[in-house]
Design a protein around this ligand. Structure first.
Ligand SMILES: [Zn+2]
Ligand SMILES: [Zn+2]
Length: 288
């Protein structure tokens, strides 16, 4: 179990890793989910054909080398994606992007409401380390929330819902966790890349994060400012009846487990997801 994998500067943000860190899972010939420390990113594209591939999300800070290494393992030496698509721009989803863009000159796409957070215009709200949850929530004051600046290299996703370089896929606006959060969906096999709209691990709890214990969860609490909108987004995704989901955190899920648990989350979001207390909910912290 490599709990302390990662460079010293990564460990500054979260001094743990999960049992699945460094592992990849092929969920379909053209869907590969790779766990970088505590976050998942996806390689979309079939290595058996020469139509190229797209990277969805960019991992933890300082992860560029690991991502490049994994990509070369899968697609061959010197490979580069046709584009990078961001579900949103929290530090654990864009951490490697500067390093990646130094090596790969490729376009980056995000929802237009997410652009201010990747062009240096706007910072995310500070993480709420007072929110109900476990040790990761309490440590979240360490997590960067400041905007990075990708400048001209990032473009808004097309308004028609299509995703550049990902034929057959469409983006679905799923705000709440962030304003411009998106999920990616493919109708032909009902595959979903959910980002942090919902996840399959209790991300606030250190033990759960380390062991990657499977549990349907709402978006990470310390970073979610708008819970009613986040609930609506979960309902939107549930209505798509996905058969397969890769989430930003936690193990990928399929079939019955996914449909039952996503339906449960959409129904009981208040109990399962919304914290009892925190900066962005009405309740008071009983410890204070
Ligand atoms: Zn996030
Ligand atoms: Zn995340």
């Amino acid at each position: 179990m490599d709990q302390v994998e990662g460079s010293a500067s990564t460990n500054k943000y979260i001094p743990v890793s999960s049992v699945t860190s460094g592992e990849g899972i092929e969920l379909a010939p053209d869907i590969y989910s790779f766990t970088n420390q505590i976050v998942n990113l996806c390689f979309i594209g079939n290595p058996e054909n020469d139509q190229g591939w797209v990277l969805v999300d960019a991992g933890m800070p300082d992860s560029a080398e690991k991502i490049i290494h994994e990509a070369e393992d899968r697609f061959g030496k010197g490979t580069r994606p046709k584009a990078i698509i961001l579900t949103h721009a929290h530090f654990d989803h864009i951490g490697g992007i500067i390093g990646l863009l130094n090596k790969w000159e490729v376009p980056v796409y995000a929802h237009r409401f997410e652009l201010p957070y990747v062009t240096g215009e706007k910072d995310y709200p500070k993480p709420d380390s007072s929110v109900e949850g476990g040790m990761v929530a309490k440590m979240s004051f360490l997590f960067p929330h400041e905007s990075i600046n990708l400048d001209q290299r990032v473009t808004a996703l097309p308004e028609d819902g299509s995703i550049p370089e990902m034929p057959g896929w469409r983006w679905v606006h799923t705000p709440g966790h962030t304003e411009g959060h998106i999920a990616l969906f493919r109708d032909s096999d009902r595959a979903l890349i959910a980002g942090d709209a919902f996840i399959t691990v209790k991300q606030e709890d250190l033990y759960s994060v380390i062991t990657q214990e499977l549990e349907i969860s709402g978006p990470p609490r310390y970073f979610t400012p708008d819970w009613m909108t986040a609930w609506k987004s979960v309902k939107t995704l549930e209505a798509l009846h996905p058969l397969l989901a890769v989430t930003g955190h936690g193990r990928p899920v399929k079939g019955e487990w996914l449909s039952e648990n996503l339906a449960k989350l959409a129904r009981d979001f208040e109990e399962i997801a919304i914290p009892d207390y925190g900066k962005y909910v009405d309740g008071q912290n009983p410890e204070q």
